[in-house]
Design a binder for this molecule. Structure first.
Ligand code: MIC
Ligand code: SF4
Length: 643
């Protein structure tokens, strides 16, 4: 039996386990990346582990999220990360150099290698044939220290692309179509591999748009083959030597195959407030829009920007629309400026933002009240834009640019002839915003600089014999980490200050959540299906840990968040019978008797509802390693005990 692309990479990197669906495999990690919103915590954890130098082939620390710097906090965090990078052997991508995933694809990604990043959109690297996965900060810290990264061996899904896209239909529409078919929970426990003749019609940046948004499917990762198109891209980036061919064996076996006829696709949009709430632009109709934002790690490549510039050239943005554009990297911005396309963008009236995440994570450009905003981003969760009642639509750069001119959501196919954009033979290469680390000898004298905003990691304790705690919160399906631990301009600067962050935990679901937890001392959260989807932010586990949450009991979990809960020492349970979810109310007193022994011996866990007298059976899917982490109190405790 042959192997799929990802099975080949997994096989080459396997340190423990078996390639059997559902069992835990430990992988050797070649590269890591962090961004600043998760990086500060990840490097605090790395420092706590006491490892002198990173042990990976390459580790890069990017600054791209917290670039507004409305106070000292972000600049202090940047300085802290820069100092750790210098001392511990990482490259440091300075603010202004671009969004981590875009820059990594351009300058560092290598087909066939493994990459984990403390950001859920790390699978962008799958566009170049990497096995690239999002992970919690602690997992990234462990991998930097040379430890394995553990995943549950996923099922293999093949998305078979047939034919060729019609004019004005984009890579974004392909992934929106996959989201429409599979939903935001359809990818959980799966790797999505793209194949078929349609792959040959897609450039690396287009492929990366698709693998990037595989995060929204909940997939472990997504990947394209590495072929001549990949080689051309790497050559144009001056890195042809990094190319290797990578494809699935002809007799590779997939658990599921989805056929998509590219020629039948139309421009699509994900409507508020979920990335899988997809309809065709024509079906939604010409709704009036207030704002258009073009950029983010999904759609900020040079090709995307050149298309946008060509559409805007010689025209003016509609008077009722604010158009902002953030090119994904310094390379993109530089090339746009040198070829004159930036002038076309500026001439049309766009507001040019720095190469960073910006509005995607609510760092500026919040829409007006009840505003309608078209964005080329990947997430449209309620409130994420910073305006609670705004309606965010996710669209392609083509749809976004055309609509910015007309003032209404517009099917770009009505616009006339589509501009033809060629991939350049050579990108402008200037890595002067990537700071190299100090050499091993010099490193000893480099001081790690902590600012006053950096507060210690919350205290963890070994798992108690039994747990008795109140149900402090009950939420429905598809709760995102943006619900659990919101981001945005007001809160993001405090990513290294868990006590302060705790005041904002679950605010959208229960205004007084933090207060309730503090009164209760210890608590249990009850959730629906796909709990914790979205971001990789471990703060969505560390803050509940700080607030005394001992267990989260749901219908099902999203992958990264579930791992983050375990790493933080919070037990993730699922209901054996989903209908038991309905029988628990907020404030019920719940008990998990003898839970330490039960988890240790792998027996069935029972939840007692002391308020109603009922009992519910619970399940937990934990590897032996995860059991030990929970017993120890957290991954940090476990790593310390085992090193
Ligand atoms: C996001 O898109 O939600 C983020 C901000 O990039 C997060 C990481 C974070 O919360 O810092 C992600 O996707 O993992
Ligand atoms: Fe940044 Fe948005 Fe991409 Fe997250 S999804 S890494 S916030 S651009």
């Amino acid at each position: 039996m042959g192997y799929t692309i990802s099975q080949k990479i997994i096989k080459n990197h396997m340190l423990s386990g078996e390639m059997k669906v559902g069992s835990e495999v430990g992988l050797r990690i070649d590269q890591t990346l962090t961004q600043d919103a998760t990086g500060t915590m990840a490097y605090l954890e790395f420092e706590a582990m006491g490892v002198k130098r990173v042990k990976t082939e390459l580790s890069v620390a990017y600054i791209d999220h917290n670039t507004l710097q409305t106070g000292f906090e972000n600049a202090d965090d940047h300085r802290f990360i820069a100092s750790v990078a210098k001392k511990r052997g990482l490259r440091f991508s300075r603010p202004g150099n671009g969004i981590c995933h875009q820059v990594h694809l351009e300058r560092f990604g290598i087909p066939g290698k493994t990459l984990i990043g403390s950001d859920s959109h790390t699978p962008t690297g799958g566009g170049i044939g990497m096995l690239a996965m999002g992970a919690g900060g602690l997992d990234v810290a462990v991998a930097m220290g040379g430890g394995a990264y553990y995943i549950t061996m996923p099922k293999m899904v093949k998305v078979n692309l047939i034919g060729k896209l019609s004019p004005w239909v984009a890579a974004k529409d392909i992934i929106l179509e996959v989201l429409r078919i599979m939903s935001v929970k359809g990818g959980v426990g799966k790797i999505i591999e793209y194949g078929g003749e349609g792959v040959l019609t897609l450039s690396v940046p287009e492929r990366a748009t698709i693998t990037n948004m595989g995060a929204e499917l909940g997939a472990t990762t997504s990947i394209f083959p590495s072929d001549d198109i990949t080689r051309d891209f790497l050559r144009a980036q001056g890195r042809e030597k990094d190319w290797v061919e990578l494809k699935a064996d002809d007799d590779a076996v997939y658990d599921e195959v989805i056929d998509i006829d590219l020629s039948s696709l139309a421009p699509l949009a994900a409507m508020p407030h979920m990335p899988d709430n997809v309809k065709s632009v024509a079906e939604i109709g010409e709704i009036k829009i207030d704002q258009v934002c073009i950029g983010s790690c999904t759609n900020s490549s040079l090709m995307d920007m050149l298309k946008v510039a060509a559409i805007l050239k010689g025209k003016t943005v509609h008077p009722d629309v604010s158009l902002s554009i953030a090119p994904g990297s310094k390379q993109v911005l530089n090339m746009l400026s040198r070829c004159g396309a930036l002038a076309d963008i500026i001439d049309a009236g766009a507001r040019v933002l720095e190469s960073a995440c910006g509005p995607c994570i609510g760092m500026g450009q919040s829409p007006n009240s009840k505003g309608v905003s078209l964005r080329t981003f990947n997430r449209n969760f309620e409130g994420r834009s910073g305006t609670a009642d705004a309606g965010i639509y996710l669209v392609s750069p083509e749809t976004a640019a055309v609509s910015a001119l007309t003032g209404v959501l517009t099917d770009a196919r009505t616009f006339g002839e589509m501009p033809e954009i060629e991939m350049p033979d050579e990108f402008i290469i200037n890595d002067n915003m990537i700071v190299m680390p100090a050499g091993e000898e010099e490193a000893d004298s480099v001081e790690v600089i902590y600012g006053p905003n950096i507060k210690p990691f919350p205290t963890t304790k070994p798992m108690p014999e039994s747990i008795t705690a109140k149900a402090v919160l009950k939420v429905g399906d598809n709760i995102t980490t943006d619900h659990i631990m919101p981001a945005g301009a007001k809160i993001l600067p405090y990513r290294s200050n868990i006590p302060y962050l705790s005041n904002f935990c679950f605010k959208q679901c229960d205004e007084k959540f933090a207060e309730h937890c503090k009164e209760a001392g210890e608590g249990i959260i009850i959730g629906g299906a796909n709990y914790g989807q979205g971001s990789s932010r471990e703060h969505a586990a560390l803050v509940p840990l700080y607030l005394g949450i001992k267990a989260v009991i749901t219908k099902s979990f999203a992958r990264i968040h579930c791992a983050n809960l375990v790493n933080a020492g919070i037990i993730p349970f699922t209901f054996k019978n989903a209908e038991d979810y309905d029988k628990i109310s907020v404030n019920d007193m719940l008990s998990l008797p003898d839970i330490r022994n039960i988890i240790k011996s792998g027996e069935e866990a029972v939840l007692k509802n002391l308020t109603t007298g009922e009992e519910y059976k619970l399940e937990y899917q934990l590897s032996d390693r995860q059991v030990d982490i929970l017993l120890a109190g957290s991954l940090l405790d476990y790593t310390r005990e085992n090193s």
